[in-house]
Ligand binder design. Structure first.
Ligand code: SAH
Length: 302
């Protein structure tokens, strides 16, 4: 039997159906729009985006293509934890060191400048030299060795053209400072120190400071680190008369090596060795320098 409906009932039914229909259409429009709303960018990334148009060097050249995604000079990319109190200490001195000693002399890679502003150099020098930690010269670190002048650390780091996915080899860990600067920019640093006491103290210091991406080995760096090779970049911070052949072998095609070449007590020059994609090497002299000598196998000559 068919039920009988009054006009009033049919009107109300029609109005209810129309309301449901309007509600459903509204939901179809609103829901996907709220779902596709952009999430706010993380602060560092947003800042890098905002600064991309103004990220220029003092010479006016646009260096924005050298900045890391998510990183800029004042916002270092994610990497080491920076939780240690030393990172919050003496920041003004680091900024002044970078501006006056390094940027002014022509180092412009924003990642290198950011790294130098971040790494607490005073945590890498002897306690008696704390007041001099940000001065424009090398300092003793014990065992007759030195931590390099900040400008040279910046200059060599820039010459390596470091990229975030790089694996870097350093010969001559010393205090661990140069390794920490590189570790702010690249994903992994392997560093070799021939003097056991220095290797041990650098390992401890780097661990305490949160540099989980730095690996220290006590050995003669002449032979490199075969199990970890090849390396995108190699930095040698002690002077030898010639480039150790194992290190050339362990450099990736397309890679860069920077090292001081010359007599331990006479003329030395910073040299950049590049290996092309066919494995052929070529070298270029950069600037005169004075480094401590490379010890071990290289002292016996070729
Ligand atoms: N990069 C260091 C400073 C390096 S001083 C820093 O940031 O503090 C040079 C270092 O090279 C010294 O510690 C010295 O002991 C080390 N060294 C010398 N010959 C070496 C070799 N054959 N292999 C590894 N390290 C060597």
């Amino acid at each position: 039997m068919c039920p009988k409906f009054s006009n009033g009932f049919l009107n109300r039914l029609f109005i209810s159906c129309a309301e449901i229909l309007i509600f459903a259409i509204a939901m179809i429009i609103i829901l996907p729009c709220s779902g596709c709303k952009k999430k706010p960018a993380p602060a560092a990334y947003a800042q890098a985006q905002n600064s991309s148009g103004t990220n220029r060097t003092e010479s006016g050249a646009d260096k924005s293509n050298q900045a890391l995604p998510g990183g800029s000079e004042d916002n270092p990319p994610p990497g080491p934890t920076h939780k240690h109190a030393a990172f919050r200490e003496r920041q003004t001195e680091r900024v002044r060191m970078v501006d006056r000693q390094i940027r002014r002399r022509g180092v412009t890679d924003p990642n290198v400048l950011a790294a130098l502003k971040t790494v607490p150099r005073h945590a890498f020098v002897q306690s008696r030299d704390l007041r001099q930690a940000y001065n424009d010269h090398p300092l003793p670190i014990g065992s007759g060795q030195t931590i390099s002048q900040p400008y040279i650390v910046g200059y060599m780091s820039e010459a390596l053209n470091l990229k975030p996915d790089f694996k870097v080899l350093e010969i001559g860990t010393g205090s661990g400072y140069q390794a920490a600067v590189c570790a702010e920019i690249v994903s992994q640093v392997n560093t070799i120190e021939i003097i056991e006491a220095l290797a041990e103290s650098a390992k401890k210091r780097l661990k305490e400071l949160g540099y989980e991406n730095v690996f220290v080995k006590n050995a003669d760096g002449y032979f490199g680190w075969k199990e970890e090779a090849p390396f995108d970049a190699i930095i040698i911070t002690c002077a030898a008369g010639f480039v150790p052949p194992p290190l050339i072998e362990q450099l990736k095609p397309g890679g860069i090596m920077v090292l001081p070449l010359g007599s331990p007590f006479g003329y030395q020059v910073l040299v950049m060795v590049t290996k092309d994609h066919k494995g052929k090497t070529s070298s270029k002299e950069l600037l005169p320098v004075r480094f401590v000598p490379m010890l071990g196998r290289s002292e016996r000559g070729r």
